[in-house]
Design a protein around this ligand. Structure first.
Ligand code: GRG
Length: 306
């Protein structure tokens, strides 16, 4: 894809077309970054590639590219950080599926990493992806040393603890089989899912050199987008089939997970989806840039079927 068509796709197309256009670009860069399958230790590298190239939506890297381009960054400066986000996401899914966590056999329509390989290899595949993500940003020579440092800190905060994905996962496991309040549920959702989505959007804006007000507006947009993503995920677990999802549906209810449908029922949850979608779009009002694509991403998440 030429630089000119990158730009036009950022400002003129809808989310569906944008995701379709950038998926191969993201995949090609991931393929370049990740150790090859025939590189020793072969079993570990096969496991990493099995999980990363399993047909994920590439939502977080695409969001980073969309926000970055909205604020005028070049794709070439955004791409490595976008891939780092996907590596962290893939690691989290590998570890989430482990017997000691969600104990899932199916992910993205095929056997999970520990089923296809073995548990130790799956743990190491996740560990390797996590460290490679940070290395990828630290070594991205298209960015200044200062911005790389800010990106590494941003991603570490979002992926780790006390207020990122690792903390959210711990809270989620702790909340199984007991009642949680709505505040607790929102916090689990934000930390487990929203923080990384928020970091994707913020990293895109930071690379583009967005100002403080713009970053505050995009943070507000992304916090709500992350919540929208998680609530629709909760709904899909209740309403979608295994074929749609590529994973086992109904697991949340069976393991008595804290979810919106469990707390409020499906009808109220659907209304909440509409309300959060509105709040997400309202957050774009203060941004003096073409935000149609970011609005379309919120529509895409609200309507998603997988
Ligand atoms: C193990 C530290 C650690 C964290 C795990 C991400 C996560 C935390 C758990 C996954 C559980 C889950 C189903 C969360 C709901 C939101 C979510 C992350 C869905 C999967 O993301 P998608 O839909 O997946 O972007 P694809 O397959 O498209 O990449």
């Amino acid at each position: 894809m030429s630089e000119a068509s990158y730009k036009s796709s950022a400002t003129q197309t809808g989310a569906r077309e944008f995701f379709a256009a950038y998926r191969p670009v993201i995949d090609a860069e991931l393929d370049r970054i990740l150790p090859k399958e025939d590189q020793e230790p072969i079993r570990l590298h096969r496991a990493i590639r099995w999980s990363v190239f399993a047909g994920g939506k590439r939502f977080r890297p695409a969001l980073l590219l969309a926000v970055g381009q909205t604020f005028g960054a070049e794709v070439n400066n955004l791409l490595r950080t976008a891939c780092a986000l996907e590596m962290i996401h893939s690691y989290s899914l590998i570890h989430d599926d482990l017997p000691s966590m969600d104990d899932d056999d199916l992910r993205r329509g095929r056997p999970t990493c520990h089923i296809k390989f073995d548990e130790a290899t799956a743990i190491l595949a996740g560990d390797g992806l996590q460290t490679l993500a940070f290395q990828t940003i630290a070594e991205d020579e298209t960015l200044s040393a200062e911005i790389r440092m800010h990106l590494v800190a941003e991603l570490a905060r979002a992926a780790g603890t006390p207020a990122g994905m690792v903390a959210g996962q711990a809270r989620d496991l702790d909340a199984e089989s007991r009642d949680v309040s709505s505040n607790e549920l929102e916090r689990i959702h934000y930390e487990k899912t929203g923080a990384l989505i928020c970091a994707a959007a913020r990293c895109g804006a930071m690379i583009a050199g967005a100002n403080e007000d713009e970053i505050a507006a995009i943070t507000n947009y992304a916090i709500n987008l992350g919540l929208l993503f998680q609530i629709t995920d909760d709904l899909l677990d209740v309403t979608a089939t295994a074929d749609d999802l590529g994973k086992t549906p109904g697991k949340d209810a069976r393991s008595r997970k804290a979810t919106f449908p469990a707390l409020y029922g499906v009808d109220v949850t659907r209304k909440t989806v509409s309300a959060v979608h509105r709040t997400t779009c309202d957050a774009l009002a203060g941004i003096n840039k073409p935000t149609e694509l970011l609005r379309s991403i919120a529509d895409f998440i609200m309507q998603r079927e997988a």
